[in-house]
Ligand binder design. Structure first.
Ligand code: AFP
Length: 345
């Protein structure tokens, strides 16, 4: 935890202090993070009173992935995009809720922002934690006036910042600009995010595994064997591990970040390329986890090194404590041949 325990530092102050450490900084990225912080407060307020204002439930449409859209998804999407449109910094937004790119009014904007405005939204109706995820890139091609999807197709290693806001028992924001992970908790009485940790580290090993075991039959053999390994009784290796699965990636990964362990959303016969989205779920959370000392892979290599081909691309993901991710990789590698044989048969 931060050694500044007795001194309350707000998100705004922290961002300004961090910016002052870089003499050449223009302050634009800081402004962008502050804009996201503002939208997060508005979304948090709405999530907390969702039942009262009858904003719960589906709006009747489906998003680009054919999933039913909850009213709060749309609200969160609108708030984040209009917050980003306030300052002339962001040229383009790609959001789970929009099929194509959303061009903002700022041709000269330097930044491209990916958003999952309300991850885990099928949990809203049952009062379970949801979150907003963001991922920020620099626009590389500044010569051309026109923007295209290609401008947005950069690998995760090129993120300049990423983070999430978790609307849970309290509202919390975690972000990284590549210099460790900072975490803030929203104090609703003063409406400010207060710094609670400025260098969060994930335990190197943890005893929780998190995966939707209902899909067990559709997994590759390596993952089946790994999950059986987690369940074996062997006190010397602290097994059996505990199973925990919320069904909101942002909440499952947040727990993993704090307690250690592993979160998995694999490829399966139902989802041959995995279900979760590379650009606005897996990349930002992988950046954070790596910055905290953990690992994130797609079963073969680092998530952050995947070259994206589409803005709504999916990927399998194995993310969490270093030792746990290395262990599952051993199992996946050991049974990789069976996987190839199965795909050929
Ligand atoms: P929703 O946003 O539609 O609730 O999806 C949430 C999510 O993308 C991710 O946050 C969860 O980890 C994952 O889906 C849960 O998927 P399963 O229901 O297939 O386990």
């Amino acid at each position: 935890m931060t050694d500044r325990k007795n001194k309350l530092i707000t998100l705004e102050e922290y961002i300004i202090q961090a910016q002052n450490r870089f003499p050449g900084a223009t302050g634009e990225l800081s402004q962008l993070l502050r804009d996201i912080g503002l939208a997060a407060k508005i979304i948090s307020r709405e999530v907390n009173k969702a039942g009262i204002t009858n904003i719960l439930g589906e709006d009747g449409s489906t998003n680009v992935h054919g999933e039913s859209v909850k009213k709060l998804d749309l609200f969160a999407d609108k708030q984040l995009i209009s917050a980003l449109n306030r300052s002339d910094i962001t040229c383009m937004v790609i959001s789970e809720e929009n099929d194509g790119i959303v061009e903002l009014d700022n041709d000269g904007g330097k930044y491209i922002v990916y958003l999952d405005p309300l991850d885990g939204s099928s949990n809203i109706d049952v009062n379970v934690s949801v979150g907003s995820i963001f991922s920020i890139y620099m626009r590389e091609n500044t010569d051309s006036k026109t923007l295209s999807k290609e401008d947005a197709l950069q690998p995760g290693v090129k993120q300049v910042a990423a983070g999430y806001v978790l609307y849970g028992s309290s509202t919390l924001m975690a972000y990284t600009t590549g210099l460790g992970v900072s975490v803030f908790t929203l104090d609703p009485s003063i409406g400010e995010f207060i710094l609670c940790d400025d260098d969060l580290q994930i335990p190197d090993f943890g005893t929780i595994y998190s995966v939707n075991e209902g899909s067990y039959q559709s997994w590759d053999l390596g993952l089946k064997k790994y999950v059986k390994y987690c369940q074996v009784e062997e006190p010397e290796t602290q097994r059996p591990y505990k199973a925990r699965y919320i069904g909101s990636m942002v909440a499952d990964v947040h727990r993993t970040l704090i307690t250690g362990g592993i979160f998995i959303y694999p490829n399966s016969s139902q989802y041959p390329s995995g279900k979760l989205r590379l650009m606005y779920e897996c990349n930002p959370l992988s950046f954070l986890i790596e910055q905290a000392g953990g690992m994130a892979i797609d079963g073969n290599g680092r998530i952050l090194e995947i070259k994206p081909e589409a803005i709504h691309q999916r990927t399998p993901i194995y993310i969490g404590s270093r030792q746990n991710v290395l262990k599952v990789k051993e199992f996946l590698d050991e049974y990789a041949e069976e996987r190839v044989k199965a795909s050929l048969s």
